[in-house]
Write a protein that binds this ligand. Structure first.
Ligand code: FAD
Length: 465
């Protein structure tokens, strides 16, 4: 068995090991977990060799594509960390509207490449996120309500399995592995070295409107978003963050984006925000701007993600009324952490244009998505902000139908991220594909569902197996 590796191999204690370990995590809150070996793979053969190396040395395997896991789920003790950031090859077939992409490419880079051919792929809302982890955990992206989670646009994968074999998986070959790869996220039990994807015609018009309120308008704004979120075809990004515009107090910004064929249609779609009951109290607006997703990411989303800070994220899917969520939100407003800590709410499920879900591991969705992110500078504050996020999300559990692995806090608050049936099936598949438990799994694991919300009512609960 050859374990010759063309890329760099860094062992604990080696010069550059620690800096590389730290660089493997996108933010400053690098966990105290130490891989035994870091393999910077140059190609697929290196991945095979790294899997063999782990077996030979009796180590487990963790995988990194872009290192944007909030919890640093790829940094694990007793592992070979296979770092795929150099696997960045992309192909685009304009005629067939398909492509292939390796996991180290960033979503924003992929979208710039397909845009050159007037095509589109539903990549994430931030510039820096690589597609490897993003697609495996679902993929909550631009125009995602039109295309579903981005993993729905994956048609096949090339993987290196726990036995060191290179296999292809899609709907017809190794279909169970393909099923798992669309939603297992950090619990996937093989290394994906290439994704095969569907591409879409690029929308002619992307138009955005922004409204900014003081926190005193919160109830009216959030209630309005809960009421219209499901019906409107526009994509809502409702964000609460301390801001200079409100002298450092929490500011509520509603950004709505229309993806349409004509400017007239986009304006018509965005006109609904003029009927928000809080409209008279708005501090400022930015209405009907023709733009593109790259600009929206760069100036709208990215400023909230500062790699020099420590971060903790958590999340929930919900279809609760805002009145049920308000008491916890009101308490949060009184203790809001410093910028760029924020709460973001997106409308997602239950509207007419939504595509049908295929059978896949990804199986928990709902009308609205809440993501909560604390950011801090001093490591001494870690406990305070970890508790702040975890306890406030725990307070909302009676109204949550699940979380998204994109923003998981499983180590502190294990919560349902796929249906119970799908979790069981993932366990069975893992036992088959990785019988020796070579691949590490999720950092925490939810108990079978007991929460108070009856998700049978959820309009968008996905299929289970
Ligand atoms: C600033 C920021 C913005 C974000 N915005 C969005 C967003 O808009 N939408 C959204 O859906 N998510 C978003 N996320 C979450 C992000 O998609 C996930 O954290 C995702 O895992 C990041 O991908 P990555 O390749 O960097 O993952 P990594 O951190 O490299 O890996 C995370 C885990 O995924 C698994 N994994 C990664 N690559 C592979 C592979 N090739 N083969 C097998 N397993 C693999 C491993 O188990 C690993 O532990 C954001 C995160 C951050 C930090």
């Amino acid at each position: 068995m050859s374990t010759r590796i063309e890329g760099r191999v860094l062992r604990r204690g080696d010069y550059r090991y620690e800096s590389r370990r730290r660089e493997a995590c996108w933010h400053a809150g690098v966990p105290d977990r130490y891989p035994e070996v870091i393999v910077l793979a140059n190609n697929e053969d290196d991945v095979v060799a790294a899997v063999r190396l782990a077996r030979e040395e009796g180590l487990q395997i963790a995988v990194r594509s872009g290192g944007h896991s909030w919890s640093g789920s790829h940094l694990r003790d007793g592992t070979v960390l296979i770092d795929l950031s150099n696997l960045r090859h992309v192909t685009v077939d304009r005629e067939a509207m398909t492509g292939t992409a390796q996991p180290g490419i960033k979503g924003s880079e992929l979208n710039a490449m397909v845009a050159e051919q007037n095509l589109f792929f539903p990549t994430g809302h931030c510039t820096g996120v690589s597609i490897g982890g993003y697609l495996l955990q679902g993929g909550f992206g631009w125009a995602g309500r039109d295309y579903g989670p981005a993993c729905m646009s994956v048609t096949g994968i090339d993987v290196v399995t726990a036995s060191g074999e290179r296999v292809h998986a899609d709907e017809t070959q190794n279909a169970d592995l393909f099923w798992a790869a669309r939603g297992a996220g950090p619990g996937f039990f093989a290394v994906v070295t290439r994704f095969y994807v569907k591409l879409y015609p690029r929308m002619r018009v992307t138009m955005n409107s922004g409204y900014f309120w003081p926190a005193s308008a919160a109830q009216d704004v959030y209630r309005f978003v809960h009421e219209i979120g499901r019906q409107t075809p526009t994509e809502i990004n409702l964000l609460c963050c301390r801001d200079p515009m409100t002298d450092g107090a929490p500011l509520i910004s509603l950004n709505a984006t229309a993806f349409t064929d004509t400017e007239e249609e986009a304006r018509e779609q965005l006109s609904i925000y003029e009927s928000c009951p809080a409209r008279p109290h708005v501090i400022t607006t930015r209405l009907n701007e023709v733009t593109d997703t790259e600009t929206l990411s760069r100036y709208g989303t990215d400023p909230h993600y500062d790699e020099t800070k420590h971060y903790l994220a958590d999340s929930m899917w919900t279809h609760a009324s805002f009145d049920d969520l308000w008491p916890n939100f009101e308490a949060m407003l009184k203790t809001w952490p410093p910028a760029p800590s924020h709460l973001v709410v997106f409308n997602w499920g239950g509207y007419e244009g939504q595509p049908e879900r295929p059978s896949m591991a990804y199986s928990v969705e709902d009308e609205l998505y809440y993501g909560l992110y604390a950011a801090w500078t001093d490591p001494a504050d870690s406990r305070t902000y970890t508790n702040w996020v975890t306890n406030h999300m725990r307070a909302w559990e009676p109204y949550a139908s699940g979380i998204q692995l994109a923003d998981e806090n499983l180590i502190n608050r294990p919560y349902r991220f796929v249906t119970d049936e799908n979790l069981q099936r993932l366990d069975v598949l893992r036992a088959g594909w990785d019988p020796d438990g070579l691949f590490v799994s999720w950092l925490g694991r939810p108990e079978p569902r007991t929460a108070a919300v009856d998700t049978k009512d959820s309009p968008v609960a996905g299929p289970s197996e």
